[in-house]
Ligand binder design. Sequence first.
Ligand SMILES: Cc1cc2nc3c(=O)[nH]c(=O)nc-3n(C[C@H](O)[C@H](O)[C@H](O)COP(=O)(O)O)c2cc1C
Length: 354
Amino acid sequence: MKPEEILSLAEFESIAPEHMSPMALAYVSGGAADELTMHANNEDWRRIKLKPRVLVDVSHLDLSTELFGHKMDTPILLAPAAFHRLFHPDAELATVAGANHAKATMVMSSYATEAVESVTAVAKHPIWFQLYTQTDKELTREMVERAQAAGCKALCVTVDTPVLGARHRESRSHFHLPADFKLPNLNLGAISHRPVRGAIYSELLNPQLTWKDIEWLRSIAKVPLLLKGVVNPDDALHAANSGVDGLIVSNHGARNLDTLPSTAQALPRIAEKIQGRIPLLVDGGIRRGTDILKAIALGATSVLVGRPYLYALAAAGSQGVARVLEILKTELEMAMALTGRTTIKEIDRSVLWE
Ligand SMILES: Cc1cc2nc3c(=O)[nH]c(=O)nc-3n(C[C@H](O)[C@H](O)[C@H](O)COP(=O)(O)O)c2cc1C
């Protein structure tokens, strides 16, 4: 099937199993434990009802926003995901080509299978770097400096993964990195990703990360520093008071701790605490333009999308990634027009049926 014949993100998900190994499918599609939060992430956006507004001139729609001084053409970013080579031989280079086509920002994972310099060299829109800090501080510093030197425009420190969650689909598929895989952004020797030290720790994750390290990172970062993986409103407030530049409200696609609230539930609570002091982004279960409209109404400046573009990357490479972004953008435009909003700024809670 040609990418342009795909009409919704769900359709990419339904054809994805034909285009990836059972192990890659288990890796991308799974959530933690009983996957209750994973389902809630999807369903809670859908449960929110919209309030239409009629007789507004919607002949011109503007989806642009501004984040950290950069104009973004759409409020939709690609969420960081490790190991794109599992899904396509051109790996992150295919992903960034898709992002280029849709004029979108890609947040590149620390555990990308292409070097950050190769990605930024071909990117036409800002690349942000997602940072998994290392227990070796010098290694972390090296990653930060390298990402900045490569031209990454923001750093997103993932703070919700001191250990992995109970990922049964991954375990049952005997998830492992193929022998020829390299993680070129990390100066470590052979690595395994699955827990190795005792039952829960992983060589690739830092269980010692604390607020002190965030202060240190803020002091060495020359670009905006965001925390990714904040759900607790008190943590959000602590972050804003610590000089962090932005937050990504995220439960890691519900891959770590099950029975957390969905991000649709968490976002308004965090927005209430933050009162616009720093920008909030959100991810988890964003599958429709209406989900994006609702996220913005509840206080997000932008959203990130994860699994759908990985399914599309496997099914149709860069064109698939571009198609996911195009579908979301078009659906958002439709939702804005049908609720009588012509710019992102005009979207507030009055667009919700509450
Ligand atoms: C296969 C996969 C790999 C991921 N790898 C990372 C990663 O390397 N770093 C990170 O911060 N988040 C990672 N995430 C989480 C995503 O950035 C994002 O929070 C989540 O996928 C959003 O939910 P969604 O998939 O429902 O859109 C990963 C998610 C998936 C599905």
